[in-house]
Design a protein around this ligand. Structure first.
Ligand SMILES: O=C(O)C1=C[C@@H](OP(=O)(O)O)[C@@H](O)[C@H](O)C1
Ligand SMILES: C=C(OP(=O)(O)O)C(=O)O
Length: 747
């Protein structure tokens, strides 16, 4: 398809030559013409197949050019003005003009100087694709594939000209964005121009060293990677420095100040500062790497531009083997929170490197806490004490994680700075009034969006008072939020829970040397104490282990042992319910690790029967119901769940979403206001039909329908499953290694 009639490239170096060559090889224009100052370049450009024709003067071709033709100016930045003056003198105002200069403010100035008013035919642009090579010989037709081109049209740029330029870049494989000129120049100063100054300066400094030969001879990866861009074209970079002087100076000043602080930290052996800078930078760079690789990720990444990941599960099979699922999510969150607020260094083992717990970790890094790792589940937290957090530089983004937002709300209410927390599409629908109400009663100023939804804005603490709070729902998140705010409140803070909920906060506070009392259903603590750093070993997450317990319980021939699973009595509902359904489940090697009971759980297939789920088990198995509904569908007879309306406000409405998914896979399942009624299909081999189910931004829904594949008659496709990484980043590997035929496909 022809994009433009003729393409004229003025300045046939790497940038111009690559566009010319790409246009020519892809047959995008009737002809591609080069203009260069030197005869030799013209000759080389034709020889190398970069252009069809080349001239040293635009006048050779300009009379023939008109509407539909594009001139691409690709000369050194400071030569743009003279080139535009030449163009104005020789070219029709119908021809589209664009350029490739790295600084856009100076191009606009040059155009004003040459034309007076900015001409409609001009659409400034900047392809973000350099290479340290330069000259026509480096021209590469593939250079722009999957690279970005930023267009900075001015207010009078003609739409037909913008369209032509945009389509030309897209046709050579680039992704085209638009930006305002000033924003472009600031962003580029920081991300491209500053790194070039630093690389040139570093190599020049080392090259002047008397022992430079040795330095260059022995310099391995670090030097080579870091200084690659110092081989770029000196004239081009000289021009960029002058053309974008002000923005570059701003970035350079900020960098020099930080470098000086680092220098002082080294001189004074300030490990805190060094580790703070290095760990924050590593986390940022790792995040950037995943962005570059376009993998589904984590904390601060919003749901933009990601490829969608689906699971394709082939029917049948069984699960076998010894498996260790990752660390407990609830305990991992709390280890970061209490470790950060403690005096001294807390060491954590078995930390869950899933997105939810990482969101909590990032929030505390944002508030100035130095956190080393995670590295294979190990984390070292340099606690700052209850009053040592610093105001974060911006909003705290906690992704998909309700636990992060609700527990953090309690801690943030106690801080001397204001803060704001936001989440992803799922979290932004979840109710936050349940924590805002008691926090306001304590004296905090908490604002939410409509109907108590996130974002949450929490004002600087003007004094909190202890309260007694009778919780209207059984929620460990609400209980923990109030108790954590209670650390900052005057006097005693207490909560009563309508039914026992997970007690990790209370246990861990005690582990950090903080007194927490429990009398019946009432839990209390006094404000104003101190947390002392400790060692934490996080057991494997019973909620993650559940998927393999249910898998083994429903798939004939299965025999699985899950190692080192947390068996906190407030979390064992799933074990009790599966046993009552007739599962062959035994606990082995029961022991206590760091204040939490653990055991190995062995499950062998045995037919299940439907039951009426005891209400007292509901809070103890609250996250396990999606998987338990799959077990119910495979059981003989009816299973009835009541008293579980809390399931409607999790990452999705887990009652409705599971009922819909089950029905679409051929199960008689009926949602009720506070539960579900499922007619099990018993021992018949194929319980579920094949089909497609949505995860609705909910990891537990995604994993539950994955294990349903073990008793399906055809392929089950579970759509949009990147959220599994919030709680169970190794799910796919473990599922595959244990015998589930699961394939991950992206779209
Ligand atoms: O405190 C916690 O770590 C959690 C409490 C539960 O939420 P609720 O408090 O809303 O029941 C649970 O569903 C969540 O996965 C983790
Ligand atoms: C409800 C859950 O988590 P959270 O509330 O932290 O998002 C869960 O993991 O099932």
């Amino acid at each position: 398809m022809s994009q433009c009639k003729r393409l004229v490239v003025i300045g046939i170096g790497l940038i111009g030559g690559s566009l010319a060559k790409a246009a020519r090889e892809r047959d995008l224009c009737e002809s591609v013409i080069g203009i260069a100052r030197r005869e030799q370049t013209c000759h080389d450009a034709i020889e190398l197949g970069v252009v069809d024709q080349a001239f040293t003067d635009l006048a050779n071709i300009s009379p023939a050019l008109g509407a539909g033709d594009v001139v691409f100016v690709s000369v050194p930045t400071l030569a743009v003005e003279a080139t535009l003056a030449d163009i104005k003198a020789k070219l029709s105002d119908q021809v589209t003009i664009t350029d490739g200069a790295s600084v856009k403010g100076s191009v606009i100035e040059a155009a004003r100087a040459a034309y007076g008013e900015l001409p409609a035919q001009l659409v400034p642009g900047h392809p973000i694709a350099g290479a340290e090579k330069s000259g026509v010989t480096a021209a590469n037709a593939e250079l722009y594939i999957d690279h970005r081109v930023i267009l900075t049209p001015h207010k009078d740029s003609g739409t037909e000209h913008i369209k032509l330029v945009r389509e030309l870049w897209q046709a050579v494989g680039a992704e085209v964005l638009e930006m305002d000129v000033a924003e472009h120049d600031e962003v580029l100063a920081a991300t491209s121009h500053l790194p070039h100054v630093i690389a040139y300066s570093l190599v020049d400094t080392l090259a002047h060293d008397s022992e430079n030969e040795n330095i260059f001879r022995y310099a391995a990866g670090g030097f080579r990677d870091f200084t690659r861009i110092a081989s770029s074209d000196p004239v081009m970079w000289h021009d960029i420095m002058l053309a974008n002087k002000n923005s570059i100076l701003d970035s350079l000043t900020m960098f020099s100040e930080n470098l000086n602080r680092l220098r002082d930290a080294i001189e004074n052996e300030n490990s805190e500062h060094l580790l703070g800078v290095f760990t924050r930078a590593k986390a940022a760079r790792d995040h950037f790497t995943t962005l570059l690789e376009q993998r589904a990720y984590t904390h601060t990444m919003q749901d933009t531009e990601q490829t969608i990941i689906d699971y394709h599960v082939q029917p049948g099979g069984s699960v076998k083997g010894e498996l260790r699922v990752p660390g407990d999510k609830s305990i991992s969150h709390r280890s970061i929170m209490l470790g950060s607020l403690a005096e001294g260094v807390t060491e954590v083992e078995g930390f869950l490197e899933g997105e939810d717990a990482l969101a909590t970790l990032q929030a505390f890094r944002d508030m100035g806490v130095v956190i080393e790792g995670p590295e294979k589940g190990r984390v070292r937290i340099h606690g700052v004490g209850l009053n040592g957090l610093q105001a974060p530089p911006g909003k705290l983004y906690v992704g998909n994680s309700g636990t992060s937002m609700r527990l953090l709300a309690g801690i943030l209410a106690g801080q001397s700075f204001a803060s704001e927390m936001s989440g992803d599409v799922s979290l932004n629908k979840r109710p936050m009034n349940r924590v805002a109400i008691p926090l306001r009663e304590m004296g905090a100023e908490v604002n939410t969006a409509e109907n108590g939804r996130p974002p949450m804005v929490i004002s600087a603490n003007k004094g909190l008072s202890g309260i007694h709070y009778d919780m209207p729902m059984a929620s460990a998140q609400v209980k923990s939020c109030v108790l954590l705010a209670g650390l900052y409140a005057d006097g005693e803070t207490s909560v009563s829970e309508p039914a026992p909920t997970r007690d990790h906060t209370e246990r861990m506070l005690r582990g950090f040397g903080y007194e927490v009392k429990r009398e019946g259903d009432r839990i209390s603590l006094q404000g104003g104490g101190q947390l002392k750093a400790c060692q934490i070993e996080v057991p494997a997450d019973i909620s993650s282990a559940t998927f393999f317990m249910v898998a083994a319980a429903i798939a004939p021939g299965s025999d699985v042992t899950l190692q080192h699973v947390g068996m906190n009595p407030t979390r064992v509902g799933v074990v009790n319910i599966l046993r009552e359904m007739g599962a062959d489940l035994t606990l082995q090697n029961e022991r206590e690790v760091g204040g939490e009971p653990v055991a190995d759980v062995r499950i062998r297939y045995q037919p299940l029967k439907g039951i009426r789920i005891p209400q007292d088990q509901v809070p103890l198995a609250i996250d396990e119901f999606p998987a338990l509904f799959i077990a119910a569908a495979c059981a003989e007879g009816e299973t009835v769940l009541t008293g579980a309306e809390e399931l409607r406000v999790k990452e999705s409405d887990r009652i409705q979403v599971m009922a819909d998914g089950l029905v679409s896979l051929g199960i008689d399942a009926q949602a009720t206001p506070d539960g579900i009624i499922i007619q099990g299909k018993g021992t018949q081999a194929e319980v579920f039909s094949g089909g497609q189910v949505e995860s609705h931004h909910d990891h537990r829904i995604a994993m539950s329908f994955t294990i349903a594949g073990l008793r399906a008659s055809d392929t089950i496709v579970v759509c949009d499953t990147a959220n599994v990484a919030t709680s169970f980043p190794t799910f796919v590997e473990l599922a595959q290694s244990s015998g589930i035929s699961l394939e991950v496909k992206s779209r």
